[in-house]
Ligand binder design. Structure first.
Ligand SMILES: Cc1cc2nc3c(=O)[nH]c(=O)nc-3n(C[C@H](O)[C@H](O)[C@H](O)COP(=O)(O)OP(=O)(O)OC[C@H]3O[C@@H](n4cnc5c(N)ncnc54)[C@H](O)[C@@H]3O)c2cc1C
Ligand code: FES
Length: 264
């Protein structure tokens, strides 16, 4: 039976670093990488979060403490109840030829889920580039090592892997090897730079976007993108290389929670 909303206890909490925790819930969720759920904390509100992983009996998300709802979540203990609805949104496609993934910061959960899914589908060749400010901010390094044929790291301060950005490494990798498809998830300015590199090598790609989302199901209009009113929560959050060209605000601006357009 499909349940649109479920009230469920937190089953496990794992500290990833000083500002990120992974929350696991023991309930099945039919979700694909790139999709998100709307999480309600009673008396606090509702916000969207990407799915990090699903198993037959559980799902999990990695969440950054950034504002009122996530601060409240970080005070909660195993066994306390939250409510979820979803999954929602358009997932990444599942290419199994020669695939490159480029991720940055706390936007990497969908790529870790994608790497696991592509490995299960027996992807021919999978390379991941994992970027972060420093070694302490890198996520899921052992998992990417397991799922990928090559797992590369870039840190801004050079504390692990290449000193520089994931996009620098992407450019270097593409100058040496050919790929059929690229999946990108990171801060929007980083994705904008990655898109330019993908275009230089003429490789199709998908990016995973974020906009302020209130309803998650195409009703409220808070996530629409200029100039054509693209409804990201329903038509995205994964957007392909053809559609992204129509979204003039990509890498430039977004709407804040009042609907005002502000620079990124
Ligand atoms: C599809 C989607 C998937 C997401 N997945 C994750 C995830 O896996 N892990 C995670 O930690 N967070 C994720 N987020 C972001 C998360 O929903 C927000 O950070 C959320 O607002 C936090 O709620 P809060 O009440 O703690 O902070 P808020 O007060 O709501 O937000 C803190 C600050 O971030 C800004 N902000 C919030 N959401 C967005 C947005 N979408 N775009 C630009 N600025 C924003 C707010 O304006 C505010 O300045 C996702 C967002 C979207 C749209
Ligand atoms: S969040 Fe309401 S229309 Fe997308």
């Amino acid at each position: 039976m499909k349940r649109d909303r479920q009230t469920i206890p937190i089953a496990a909490i794992r500290e990833e670093n000083s500002s990120l925790r992974t929350f696991t819930f023991e309930t099945s969720l039919k979700a694909m990488p790139g999709q998100f759920i709307m999480l309600t904390i009673f008396g606090q509100g509702e916000k969207p979060f990407s799915i990090l992983d699903v198993t037959k009996t559980s799902f999990s998300m990695t969440i950054k403490k950034i504002g009122p709802l996530t601060e409240r979540l970080f005070q909660m203990q195993v066994g306390e109840l939250v409510s979820i609805r979803g999954p929602y949104g358009k997932a990444f496609s599942t290419r199994t030829d020669r695939v490159l993934m480029v991720g940055g910061g706390y936007a990497t959960p969908p790529l870790r889920f994608q790497a696991k899914t592509l490995r299960e589908l027996e992807v021919n060749y999978l390379v991941n580039i994992n970027g972060a400010r420093s070694q302490a901010d890198l996520l899921y390094v052992p998992d990417f090592d397991d799922y990928c044929d090559r797992s590369l790291i870039a840190t801004d301060d050079g504390s692990l892997g290449h000193k520089g950005t994931a996009v620098d490494v992407m450019d270097a990798v593409l100058s040496e090897e050919s790929f059929d498809y690229i999946y990108i998830s990171g801060p929007e300015r980083m994705m904008k730079a990655a898109v330019e590199v993908a275009r230089k090598y003429e490789i199709p790609f998908e990016v995973n976007l974020e906009r302020y989302m209130k309803c998650g199901v195409g009703i409220c209009g808070s996530c629409v993108m200029d100039p054509n009113g693209f409804i990201l929560c329903v038509e995205g959050p994964v957007v392909d290389s053809i559609k992204i060209d129509q979204l003039e605000e990509f890498g430039v601006s977004h709407r804040d929670k009042t609907g005002r357009i502000v620079a990124l």
